[in-house]
Design a protein around this ligand. Structure first.
Ligand code: DGJ
Length: 700
């Protein structure tokens, strides 16, 4: 591609739009029916190779016309529609007339107007310098003066993979305690729906997917992947048709919801971002990590602190003296942030009461939170506080005063989950109350960090008295985002950790206003390896909160060595969550050493490039490399020993074959070519739950 090729171009004569990223090209052409059609997404091509004189919509066969960029619900289209509308006279679907384009600073807008009804859509595309990620979204406007237009579906974008010999779908599945399990299956000739109907992103599915032809590996092969930036309900439908085309359309909301678009109103979707890479799943993840750092995280250059969180140690049994005792022990280990978790407020001595009453529980904190916050600060640590501001227990002063604030349907029994209900933050007065409450908590208690939890999905979601009650599914999420944004603006330096009963709400939109996400309530290091593997497909290690907790693990019952627990947690944003008052002096000494060691490799883990490695005999590893290739840290884990054998050497393909490297702990020197092609001896300790940290420095 010539250096002066603009990133975004539109040829009005051909109706051809082309977006160039450093390593890919994306092209769209307006069809004869006015609907933008997909032409190319893949390796860089010049515009001349895309100038077929036929309209991409020309074909008597539905399956042969080029796929829509956002399929309207009209014409010979029988796959999933990205836009479903109903007009007052009962007419369904849009028929477009192309009304022009606009290009502005890497952003392209294709303007479509309905041929007969007052409806306009902007299909929007954005590319950023140095990135292969293409961001897409849609804005739908009621251009008339009267009546509503019912929107039954408005997707952000529809994506199309090129014809491939086969299709394989990678996506993430799970549940509470088992989030982010990577699933890689042949894509059936069918419509495959990935969705959350829960009002949160969900533990059971993530709005990320990757498609390849079934042959891509970590290091090689073409991969097309997309991620939706939304923290509420969502749906992505992947359609592989019988003649070998794979398309997918996705956006906010799930089936059955509608939005009455008012005259003059514009409904804007979240961004659905897409990435093509020829460098395998590892290359795709590294490109996503770079995107999350440069375009998503609010403060990517700040180190994530080593934190201590009291939840697993004390549960609801919290008070000033007990928390200060833990804080003193944590400070001695090198912890930089102390987080007081659930149980500090209202009548909260268990999960049956108190949610919504955000004042310190008098029996536990008779003088409020200040003595603890000040004590933590005096110990040289930042002070963090757990909140769950979207929720309410029926047994709370808040619910007694405002029962109508909860999401509910008066003629339906309200399902309580974890004994709690969801507050309807779509109501402006509830949003204002949540913001005011958190703003005051942060200011009055010198809070440096909020852990923002959300422990249940929506059920019986109604909004009595509101003419358009389904709006709550979208407006609640928007309110959460807005409150987080306001808090960050008004309290510079405040950091927020995203949490939803573990990793139930991790997505590109929540990470745009939080610093890290609590990955899972499962802190068993063996289980964590696969959870972290899945998380890393899209998100960088700096956003992945990982704690070292007690052994045996409180839920799995598995006993693991402290070093193994550390080595697994050191692959992300390290935290501690065990009951330090029960750790032996030897364990506390070892923990302090490992925290210090983590701080040495933190720049690599949190700001370097990540390479996932698979060795022999169940051994896996993650290799973090400095962007300039000088420093390297490798964390290798073998959960179970096999026959007492040492694993075969582990190849390090990210190293420079021309360079030499020194192991900083043993002093041994190696040629890069040897480490790339033969591998490094891991020399793991004998037994189960063996692990090792290897640090390498390039010489010269
Ligand atoms: C769920 C979170 O994931 C835990 O870390 C903890 O904060 C509990 N909620 C507290 O109720």
């Amino acid at each position: 591609m010539p250096a002066d090729t603009p990133a975004v171009a539109f040829d009005p004569a051909l109706g051809l739009a082309v977006l160039h990223t450093p390593n890919s090209t994306y092209a769209v052409r307006i069809g004869a029916d006015g609907s933008p059609r997909h032409l190319h997404w893949g390796p860089a091509l010049d515009a001349a190779s895309l100038t077929d004189p036929r309209s991409p919509a020309d074909s008597s066969f539905e399956d042969e016309a080029a796929a829509d960029e956002l399929a309207p619900q009209t014409g010979a289209r029988f796959g999933p529609a990205g836009l479903r509308v109903r007009f007052a006279d009962g007419t369904v679907g849009a028929q477009w007339h192309f009304d022009g384009h606009r290009i502005d600073d890497g952003e392209l807008r294709l303007r479509l107007v309905d041929r007969r009804y007052p409806l306009a859509a902007d299909l929007c595309y954005r590319v950023r310098p140095g990135s292969d990620v293409i961001e897409r979204w849609t804005e739908l406007t009621h251009t008339g003066e009267t009546g509503h237009i019912v929107i039954d579906r408005l997707d952000s974008a529809s994506w199309t993979a090129p014809p491939l010999s086969d299709y394989r779908l990678s996506h993430l599945v799970g549940g509470w305690f088992s989030e982010f399990q990577l699933q890689r299956d042949r894509l059936p000739v069918a419509e495959t729906v990935l969705t959350s109907r829960r009002g949160i992103t969900g533990h059971h599915a993530s709005p990320w997917l990757a498609l390849d032809d079934g042959t891509a590996t970590e290091e090689h092969g073409e991969v097309w992947s997309t991620a939706l930036a939304w923290s509420g309900s969502w749906r992505i439908t992947v359609h592989r048709n019988p003649v070998g085309r794979a398309t997918w359309t996705g956006g906010f909301g799930h089936e059955g919801l509608s939005w009455n678009l008012r005259p003059g109103e514009t409904l804007q979707t979240p961004v659905f971002a897409g990435l093509y890479t020829p460098d395998g799943f590892g290359g795709a993840s590294r490109a996503w990590h770079a995107h999350v750092r440069s375009q998503v995280l609010p403060e990517p250059d700040r180190d994530q602190p080593v934190l201590y969180n009291s939840w697993e140690a004390t549960g609801f049994d919290v008070d000033t003296a007990g928390q200060l005792r833990l804080a003193e022990l944590a400070a001695r280990l090198g912890v930089e942030l102390f987080v007081l978790d659930d149980g500090w407020f209202g009548a909260r001595t268990d999960d049956r009461a108190g949610l919504g009453d955000w004042t310190p529980r008098p029996a536990a904190f008779p003088e409020g939170l200040r003595p603890l916050a000040d004590g933590v600060h005096r110990l040289g640590m930042a002070f963090g506080l757990w909140v769950e501001p979207e929720m309410v227990n029926a047994d709370s002063d808040l619910f007694r005063a405002h029962p109508d604030w909860a999401v509910h349907t008066p003629t339906r029994d309200a399902t309580e989950l974890r004994n709690q209900l969801v507050l309807n933050l779509a109501r402006p007065e509830v949003e204002a109350w949540v913001h005011r409450t958190l703003d005051r908590l942060v200011a009055e208690n010198d809070v440096d960090w909020l852990k923002w939890d959300a422990n249940r999905p929506f059920t019986e979601a109604g909004w009595p008295g509101h003419p358009d009650p389904d709006r709550l599914w979208i407006d609640h999420t928007r309110a959460v985002h807005r409150i987080m944004d306001r808090l960050r603006t008004d309290h510079p330096g405040l950091r927020i950790e995203a949490c939803a009963g573990g990793g139930g709400r991790v997505d590109l939109a929540i990470l745009a206003r939080t610093d890290q996400a609590w990955t899972s309530d499962n802190t068993d290091p063996v289980d964590r390896i696969s959870i972290q593997h899945g998380f890393s497909q899209l998100f960088p290690a700096q956003a992945m909160a990982a704690w070292v907790t007690d052994s045996p693990n409180g839920i799995t019952g598995r006993t693991t060595p402290l070093r193994f627990r550390f080595h697994v947690a050191m692959a992300g944003a390290l935290g501690l969550g065990g009951d330090l008052t029960h750790w032996t002096p030897e364990e506390l000494t070892e923990a302090a050493e490992l925290v210090a060691r983590y701080k040495e490799i933190r720049p690599l883990v949190q700001h370097g490039e990540q390479h996932r490695l698979t060795g022999a005999g169940g051994t896996t590893a993650v290799h973090y490399a400095a962007a300039d290739g000088t420093e390297h840290a490798l964390l290798a884990w073998r959960p179970a020993t096999r026959f007492g054998h040492q694993p075969a050497p582990l190849r390090l393909p990210a190293l420079d074959g021309q360079a030499r490297y020194r192991d900083l702990d043993t002093g041994e020197e190696y040629g890069g070519a040897l480490l790339r092609h033969r591998g490094i001896e891991l020399r793991l300790p004998v037994g189960d739950h063996a692990s090792r940290l290897i640090r390498l420095r390039r010489l010269g």
